[in-house]
Design a protein around this ligand. Structure first.
Ligand code: ACM
Length: 474
């Protein structure tokens, strides 16, 4: 029986025979989760499927032994067990579980997906669903792009107008504070997360070993904030529901701007237990170079004082005044464009590392083919599944290799994405390609044909879970 797992494990040694899950019991950490996902009965100890901590597996990794008499899954930490459970779900997708011995561990500690909840809003139930979708592929970070020109999506108690006035719009029209029906939040749901709802997302993600990375984009992409608090801009702003970029900027020379950043960062950090805070910094096309540098030095110093590791899109690397260890997120192409390589190296020179999200291969908002109903054609798009697979993050910027990389992220911008089903269609299967790049150590990856041949097993899980995806033969 062939064994097909995505992302490819480090070592797979097939055995003889199968193990039958029907009627089996499970014991150990995460037994409840296996009961939910595979229908096993939980027992106190000695289950047919035994989950065990303390294996000596590599960090983040696991070992999985399937024999006709039982299954043993072991790891040093529960996150490793959780990754192993995702492998087991794929092995079980097509009937009896084939006997096998697997050793596995991740290439990168940061394996991220990003959801833009600003251009179109997605309610709590939709975000939870996306969390489950990405957990299956062993992603462990979800970056939420919470603010942009079209909307401010997180309640900030000290700045109530951000959501009272800044969250009423989205791309194509939100109907004065009412949803467009795009998300399962429904027609009457406000287009932002209350602080309790955000906490619920953070907790749900943690139950799937996923860290939420909140992004408050600045100084550009701030039209909605300026609509809410006009003193934050140099000129008045109107609510915006289009898809242009680069037209807004916070007022760089006004102290109100820095008071605002202090208030927002304090609350976001208070709500978010993870180590990271993303401050954007991209496409600040309406901010002069001098103002941009002044702003980044001040804003990052304010944010760093709250004890978080900052992340910025690669343009932030124009600044040589970043807090030590600030992480750069590269979003130029697999062949770096104007200044992108230099700006990305600047993070490393200032003690940070890099997350790779090359737009021409890792951006999930790009259409799969010309004239597609979903997705935009930009960044050298359309982007096929093969293009999404056929690149390596250590080969893009000279001077940024394995050691300088924190990881890889697949962003999904939502200009055309009106429902979580639309998001899933654009994400899958291409996000499986990015997952393999992020998880599978270089030697474990083979050809695109080999990857494509393994996708059938994960498609079975997608279909069983009702996860929308583009047809694999399409
Ligand atoms: C970006 O795509 N503006 C980061």
């Amino acid at each position: 029986m062939s064994i097909a797992i995505v992302p490819a494990p480090v070592s797979v040694v097939p055995g003889d025979g199968t193990f039958t899950l029907a009627g089996a019991t499970v014991s150990g950490p995460l037994a409840e989760y296996l009961s939910e996902t595979l229908g096993l009965a939980v027992v106190e100890s000695g289950g047919d499927v035994r989950l065990e901590l303390g294996s000596g597996a590599a960090p983040g990794g696991y070992t999985l032994e399937v024999a006709p008499a039982g299954i043993r899954l072991a790891a040093d930490a529960t996150a490793g067990l959780f990754a192993g459970v995702q492998t087991l779900r794929q092995l079980a997708a097509n009937g009896p579980v084939p006997c096998v011995s697997i050793e596995d561990h991740p290439r990168f500690s940061y394996r991220g997906a990003m959801l833009d909840v600003a251009r179109h809003f997605f309610g709590v139930a939709d975000v939870k669903r996306y969390i489950d979708d990405i957990a299956l592929l062993k992603f462990n970070h979800l970056h939420l792009h919470l603010t942009d020109d079209q909307g401010w999506r997180l309640e900030i108690l000290s700045r109530p107008e951000l959501t009272a006035k800044g969250a009423t719009t989205q791309v194509g029209g939100g109907g004065g504070g009412r949803g467009s029906g795009g998300g399962s939040g429904g027609f009457d749901a406000p287009l932002f997360y209350t602080q309790d709802e955000y906490r619920e997302i953070v907790a749900y993600a943690a139950s799937r070993f996923i860290t939420i990375v909140p992004e408050i984009d600045m100084p550009g992409h701030t039209n909605a904030a300026i609509v809410a608090y006009p003193e934050l801009g140099d000129s008045p702003a109107e609510p915006y529901e289009g898809i242009e970029v680069g037209f807004s900027s916070l007022a760089i020379r006004s102290e109100s701007t820095y008071d605002f950043i202090e208030d927002v960062v304090r609350e976001v950090v208070g709500l978010t237990p993870g180590p990271y805070l993303h401050l954007g910094g991209d496409e600040s096309l309406s901010t002069t170079d001098e103002d941009f540098l002044t702003f980044i030095a001040r804003a990052t110093a304010i944010a760093a004082a709250h004890g978080r590791t900052l992340i910025g899109w690669h343009e932030m690397g124009r600044s040589r005044d970043l807090p030590a260890g600030t992480i750069g997120q590269y979003w130029s192409f697999t062949t770096p464009q104007e200044g992108a390589a230099e700006h990305t190296l600047s993070f490393v020179e200032q003690g940070g590392r890099v997350i790779m999200s090359p737009a021409d291969v890792a951006y999930l908002d790009i259409a799969y083919e010309p004239d597609a109903a979903l997705g935009l054609v930009w960044a050298n798009g359309p982007t096929s599944l093969e293009q999404a697979y056929d690149w390596d993050p250590a080969d893009i910027v000279p001077g940024i290799g394995e050691e300088q990389l924190l990881g890889v992220e697949a962003p999904l911008w939502t200009e055309t994405v009106r429902s979580i089903g639309d998001a899933e269609y654009l994400a899958f299967p291409r996000m499986a390609a990015v997952a393999e790049i992020a998880w599978s150590p270089r030697g474990a990856r083979q050809s695109f044909a080999d990857f494509a041949g393994r996708l059938g097993s994960i498609e079975a899980v997608w279909d069983a879970a009702g996860i929308r995806h583009r047809p694999l033969d399409g």
